[in-house]
Design a protein around this ligand. Structure first.
Ligand code: MG
Length: 365
């Protein structure tokens, strides 16, 4: 099976409601689509959302990285050079993890198709079903309480609540959400780097003193402040999950070795795809550090790849793959079934993506 064409396109998917975090407000999901065509007719699918505020990757940068650097490194090559192909993607240029992730997942999709096996089974096959949380955007407390009640009515039992736009209000926000949903709902919070270390400890301990029962806090301090994150991990009465601090497997290893966080968030767009995500999962297994798998605002091709990984590996115990359910339309055929909180992986060879609703992808010339 030889790679004969790297075809790129763009796809736009409207959100049900605007997505607001400490870093940005977004109204629709705008993704770059990758298709790896082969001489057998098989097509491998990949996708990358431009998330400039987190990865630094804009749509233009993703397209340029693939067209000018990654595609030339894999075109004409045989899929059975798989180890070299995945390495060539990572070595084609520095950074640009979203572009690398899109192509890497398409290669894994092809590998599964070639050997007639679902990718999640090739990687371990731990389970077929996973349960995701859902994100509650940062808004005034009463609006967040209402959004939380709506999520519970839709069947979710775990909320990921965004905080950090105005630290003075964060305890009130969480109190309103907890009051709205009762004590049996799991609440995890994501500060998206908004606090400093001492502020984080103060806010988190206030939340626990009020009985708000926070499962863990995601990225309380700036990405580069590993000492600050270690301080929070040691002094706050809430487990800490590293997200923006962990891009590469080396980043993850450093956090595990220094105990800077209790948990690590794997996102394909940060680490550059399935190949590097497997390296993070392997390190996490060695250190017994449980992982969350997360996504950006992404449509179903790339979240589907994350589902394949999550269903393969038991060390991934926390699931934050709500990208598709935040969208009001689905233009992607095949792949995992997303039924609100319940996600069932596809048993089709590769990753099970069958293509797109006609006319929904704007292919580049
Ligand atoms: Mg996060």
């Amino acid at each position: 099976m030889k790679i004969t064409q790297v075809r790129l396109g763009r796809i736009s998917t409207p959100l049900r409601v605007p997505f607001k975090t400490a870093l940005r407000t977004v109204n629709s999901v705008e993704d770059v689509i990758v298709e790896l065509h082969t001489d057998t007719g098989a097509v491998g699918y990949g996708e990358a959302p431009p998330t400039g505020v987190i990865t630094g990757d804009t749509a233009g940068a993703i397209i340029g990285a693939i067209q000018d650097h990654i595609a030339p490194a894999i075109l004409g090559r045989d899929l059975d050079e798989f180890e070299d192909l995945t390495a060539a993607v990572q070595k084609a240029l520095v950074h640009n993890t979203s572009a690398k992730a899109a192509v890497d997942m398409a290669l894994w999709d092809l590998l599964g198709q070639k050997y007639n096996a679902p990718v999640y089974r090739m990687l371990g096959g731990a389970r077929k079903n996973i349960v995701t949380d859902i994100t509650i955007s940062v808004n005034p407390p009463e609006e967040m309480a209402r959004d939380a009640r709506t999520a519970i009515a839709r069947g979710y039992d775990c909320l990921k609540v965004k905080v950090g736009i105005d630290p003075e209000l964060d305890v009130a926000r969480l109190a309103a959400v907890r009051e709205a949903v009762g004590k049996d709902v799991c609440i995890r919070i994501d500060a998206n780097q908004a606090w400093n270390a001492k502020q984080a400890v103060r806010i988190l301990n206030q939340m626990q003193d009020k009985g708000l029962d926070i499962e863990f806090v995601e990225q309380p301090v700036p990405a580069a402040d590993l000492e600050g994150m270690q301080y929070v991990t040691r002094h706050a009465d809430v487990p800490v999950l590293a997200d923006e601090s962990v891009f590469s497997p080396a980043d993850a290893l450093k956090i595990m070795q220094t105990g800077a966080a209790d948990l690590v968030n794997i996102k394909l767009m940060k680490c550059g795809g399935i190949t590097n995500a497997l390296r993070i999962a392997a390190a996490a297994e060695v250190y017994s550090v449980q992982c969350m798998i997360g996504c950006m605002l992404e449509a179903k091709v790339s979240v589907n790849a994350a589902v394949e990984l999550a269903c393969a590996k038991k060390i991934i115990t926390k699931i934050d793959l709500d990208g598709p359910v935040l969208c009001s339309e689905d233009h992607i055929l095949g792949g995992a079934v997303f039924n609100e909180k319940n996600i069932t992986v596809s048993d089709a060879p590769g990753m099970g993506i069958e293509g797109f609703v006609p006319g929904k992808v704007n292919y580049l010339a």
